[in-house]
Structure formats: C-alpha cells, structure tokens
Design a protein around this ligand. Structure first.
Ligand code: PGA
Length: 249
C-alpha cells in the first residue's frame, strides 16, 4: 500500500528550544497511523536536537536545503553526508523560495536531487508556476520544463517525492482548488510515466503545497492523485498541524 505523506516545512521559524518543545508535544499527541507518514523539516540548527528526541517515534526528519558536494571550501553550506549522519531522511530541493529569493536554477536543483539520493536520502522536488504564468495558460509548460530539467540524467525516481506548489498559493492564503491541484498532479504523473514507466508513475508520491490548512486538508486529500501535502505556515502550531495530519478522506 502506498502511504500518504504529510510534511511540515518550518522555513526559518523556531529556535532549538522552541523546536524541542514543539516536537515533544507533537510526539505526545500523534496517533498511530498505518496509512500515512509524518515528516517535519525544521531549520538546520534544530535538526540535531530533534533527531535525538524522535529516535523512538514514528516521526520522520527532513532538511529544507542542502549543498551538492560532500565537503570542501563552501562557506555557509551544509553537505548531504552531514544530514544523513544525523538521521535526516528527506531533503526539500528547489522550493520556490530557494528559486525566487536565492536564485536557484533547475540545473542547481538537478545536482542537489542527484546528490541527495546518491547519499541515501529521499529528495522532495518542488515545482510550480507563478501567477503570471498561470494567467498566461503556461502552467503545464512550466511544470513540465521544471520536472524534466530537475530530473535530467536521473534514474532513481523511486527515491523522489514531487511537490506541486503553485507559487501564487504559497503563504498567500489562496489555496489551489482541489480540482486545480488534481489536474496538475495528473499531468505530472503522466509525464513521469512517459519519461520512466507506468509502475513508477503510479507509485510516485505527489504532494500538494500552498496554503494547506485544517479547513481545506480533507477536500484536498479526497483527490485521487494528491498523495499528501507540504505544509508551511499551518505546520507551526501544534493543533493545526495535528488536524492536518489527521485528515479524513
Ligand atoms: P504555506 O507554504 O503552507 O505557508 O503556503 C507552503 C510551502 O512553502 O511549502
């Protein structure tokens, strides 16, 4: 059975102390689910202390970014082996904030995805169109180009999760309608089926991200091709994240 994935992207929030308090409370309140995985992606400074307290829980640990070399003179960067060593299982690659604020290109993201998987972790590849691109009817073209370029020369697609995150829906309170997200998810699955094969495409986890909240999670998860969500703002408060995790289809 394919499990769904509920992932929280904390972005640049919570000190290590706040992170520990939050995760202790999350563990205490988390139900035992068979059909879904729960992933948290805190800032780098909180990864190690959290890795120690989630050891005996079902929570999974992810990072929000990584560099594509193992070590070297790369001031300010964090390497995949450093992450793997402390128990990180997933790394978000190519989040739209990395693309738009820090200038990450598809070529850089491609290197990161490859390196993450080579190091034994899973990559969450983020793709999604901007508002003006959607308005010009270019959504599928943009998503296709991002998926193709970010996965170029890459064959370990089983180790990848794709997150469809329309940029206009991130942090804006404007969620994509479930059917709008579903049609892009179908498009991505068909694209992966063409590039790789049908089996791989069916097993691929495709997340939706962009203003996911307790009020819209159930509707989103009812869509056949939405296998989970990547949550920003609404994962920072314990009650709201717990309700999202506890979605009902
Ligand atoms: P949001 O962010 O839920 O705050 O819109 C989602 C994301 O950036 O992954």
């Amino acid at each position: 059975m394919k499990k769904s994935l509920i992932a929280g992207n904390w972005k640049m929030y919570k000190t290590p102390k706040e992170s520990i308090e939050f995760v202790n409370s999350l563990i205490k309140n988390l139900k035992d689910y068979e059909d879904r995985d729960v992933l948290i992606c805190p800032p780098f400074t909180s990864l190690y202390p959290i890795s120690q307290i989630i050891k005996n829980s079902k929570l999974k640990l992810g990072a929000q970014n990584v560099y594509f070399e193992n070590e070297g003179a790369f001031t300010g960067e964090i390497s995949p082996i450093m992450l793997k060593d402390i128990g990180v299982e997933y790394v978000i690659c190519g989040h739209s904030e990395r693309r738009n604020i820090f200038g990450e290109t598809d070529e850089i993201i491609n290197k990161k995805v490859k390196k993450v998987v080579e190091t034994g972790m899973k990559a969450i590849l983020c793709v999604g169109e901007k508002l003006e691109e959607r308005e010009k009817g270019e959504t599928f073209k943009v998503v296709e180009s991002q998926v193709k370029k970010c996965l170029e020369g890459f064959d370990k697609i089983e180790e990848i999760v794709i997150a469809y995150e329309p940029v206009w829906a991130i942090g804006t309170g404007k969620t994509a309608q479930p059917h709008q997200a579903e049609e892009v998810h179908i498009f991505i699955r068909e694209l992966i089926s063409k590039i790789y094969n049908k089996d791989i495409a069916e097993n691929l986890i495709i997340l939706y991200g962009g203003s996911v909240k307790p009020e819209n999670i159930d509707q989103l998860m009812k869509e056949k091709n939405i296998d989970g969500v990547l949550v920003g703002g609404a994962c920072l408060k314990i009650d709201s994240f717990l309700r999202i995790i506890d979605y009902r289809r």
